[in-house]
Write a protein that binds this ligand. Structure first.
Ligand code: KIV
Length: 268
């Protein structure tokens, strides 16, 4: 950390409600966490790593030990951003299990908070974690851990009943003690209503810009993940092609013996 960088805390994030938008991004290793650290308020060690980093179909098969491994890597790279670790599928099916696993994450890493998917259903669990001093970020709307249950990914809040349920979920999470809520895949006017209904920051992904911040999966926004591209993802870089071209360039130069030339040689 340089003299003028200061570690961002959950309190700093809470204070951003209705103010300057929060910038959040995922990272799974130290190399990229270090690069993202300056621009991001929050780095999420998302279980999306199972898809983009491990090339799996969904997030479900990742376990707590892998999340701990990647969180330690991210914490080694990022010195400023707040670090949130996703609690993986099946690691918080009851309050005791959730507490045991969240404590394990806190003891074995320097994560600042954990994230759980669910609204009212997990409110008691979240309260239990908060009561023990573990900061929690909620996650409602499209919840990737429900992909098999729901038979795919779909945008939420399209009718008045589901819109009201989202507001009820957000309020339940706020009452349980979350410091922020990720709101994924929600139609933008409903996302705005959810944001207005609570005093904790709403960090959107695919939920329009009338919320308190945005999060994107790094490999989506930098063009490394090409299995599918949801409508909400803006590609800020054509990463995969840039790297493919660079590596092809290297391969061509190795084959033609253009690399290494004298510049890259040791001489007596
Ligand atoms: O796992 C993840 O990367 C996430 C984001 C989609 C918010 O939960």
């Amino acid at each position: 950390m340089t003299a003028n960088t200061k570690k961002i805390t959950v309190t700093d994030i809470q204070k951003k409600k209705n103010k300057e938008p929060i910038v959040a991004i995922t990272a799974y290793d130290a190399l990229f966490a270090k690069i993202f650290d300056e621009a991001a308020d929050i780095i999420l060690v998302g279980d999306s790593l199972n898809m983009s980093f491990n090339n799996k179909q969904d997030t479900l098969s990742i376990g707590i030990n892998e999340m701990i491994y990647h969180t330690n890597a991210v914490c080694a790279g990022a010195k400023q951003a707040l670090i949130i670790t996703d609690m993986p599928f099946g690691s918080y099916t009851n309050e005791d299990m959730a507490l045991k696993n969240a404590v394990k994450i806190f003891k074995k890493t320097k994560a600042d908070a954990v994230k759980l998917e669910g609204g009212l259903r997990v409110a008691n669990t979240i309260k239990r974690l908060c009561d023990e001093g573990i900061s929690v970020c909620g996650h409602i709307g499209l919840m990737p851990q429900f992909v098999r249950f729901e038979g795919g990914y779909s945008v939420k809040g399209r009718d008045p009943k589901t819109a009201q349920n989202l507001i009820n979920d957000a309020r339940a999470l706020e009452a349980a003690g979350v410091f922020a809520i990720v709101l994924e895949g929600v139609v933008s006017d409903v996302a705005q209503a959810v944001s207005k209904s609570v005093n904790v920051p709403i960090i959107g992904i695919g939920s329009g810009n009338q919320v308190d911040g945005q999060i994107l999966v790094w490999s989506d926004m930098l063009g490394f993940f090409d299995k599918f591209k949801p409508k909400f993802v803006k590609r800020y870089l054509d990463g995969a092609n840039l790297i493919k071209n660079a590596v092809q360039n290297y391969a061509d130069e190795v084959k033609s013996r253009a690399f290494p030339n004298e510049e890259f040689e040791y001489k007596n």
